[in-house]
Ligand binder design. Structure first.
Ligand SMILES: [Zn+2]
Length: 212
């Protein structure tokens, strides 16, 4: 039987958009359907998401903000499946805060804006420094030191602080945070079909664009 299920993969180029898209897909990936090879790929991609190699060392090619897991932690290559299941829940919850929750007014000088203050506890340390090479050139090196779970949440948060995160939306049908490509309104064809059927029954036509 051919498996139609295509797990999320993070490609080699690792742009901010690709890393966010991967994290969002991971958050609602059906992990119970992954085969052994998929799990190996997922571990590799989670390492890549936070900028480390299989041994937990920072990837040289990776500019910007890195995670550096605690020595005793290692990388996702050594992580238990259960740790990745738990991580998925935390990533999902973080993203739900990002696209869901209740809007609360926040006074910001002359105007009132709205926000969704959902807190996510993490533990760790930061090293904010520069690295100097032999030629005297230096570049910023900011690392987060902590557990794998906290590393992912910290790095993902820094990615979400960029404009690239505008593509994350909440599916109006199942409320799942998803990464919007093109004009998609729903997270998956299943959700679109369900919404269409219900609206047909209710005597309405097409789903409203951008429904929240
Ligand atoms: Zn959906």
């Amino acid at each position: 039987m051919k498996n139609k299920f295509a797990p999320a993969r993070l490609q080699k180029s690792e742009t901010v958009d690709e890393r966010i898209e991967f994290a969002v897909k991971f958050s609602h990936e059906r992990l119970e359907l992954l085969r052994r090879g998929d799990w190996l790929n997922l571990r590799e991609d989670l390492n890549r998401l936070i900028g480390i190699d299989d041994n937990g060392a920072p990837m040289a090619s990776f500019a910007g903000f890195h995670a550096l897991p605690d020595k005793k932690t290692g990388s996702f290559t050594q992580a238990e499946d259960s740790e990745i299941f738990a991580l998925q829940k935390d990533v999902r919850s973080l993203l739900e805060g990002f696209v869901g929750g209740h809007w609360i007014p926040l006074n910001d000088g002359d105007r009132t804006v709205k926000w969704r203050p959902i807190e996510t506890p993490i533990a760790g340390r930061l090293v904010v420094t520069r690295i100097m090479d032999d030629d005297g050139k230096n570049f910023p090196f900011v690392i987060f030191i902590g557990a794998l779970r906290d590393s992912v949440l910290m790095i993902l948060s820094s990615l979400l602080a960029t404009n690239a995160s505008g593509a994350i939306d909440r599916c109006p049908e199942c409320q799942t945070p998803f990464y919007r490509t093109g004009k998609r309104v729903f997270c998956a064809p299943d959700c679109m079909n369900r919404a269409m059927v219900r609206r047909k029954r209710a005597g309405k036509s097409k789903p409203r664009k951008g429904a929240k």
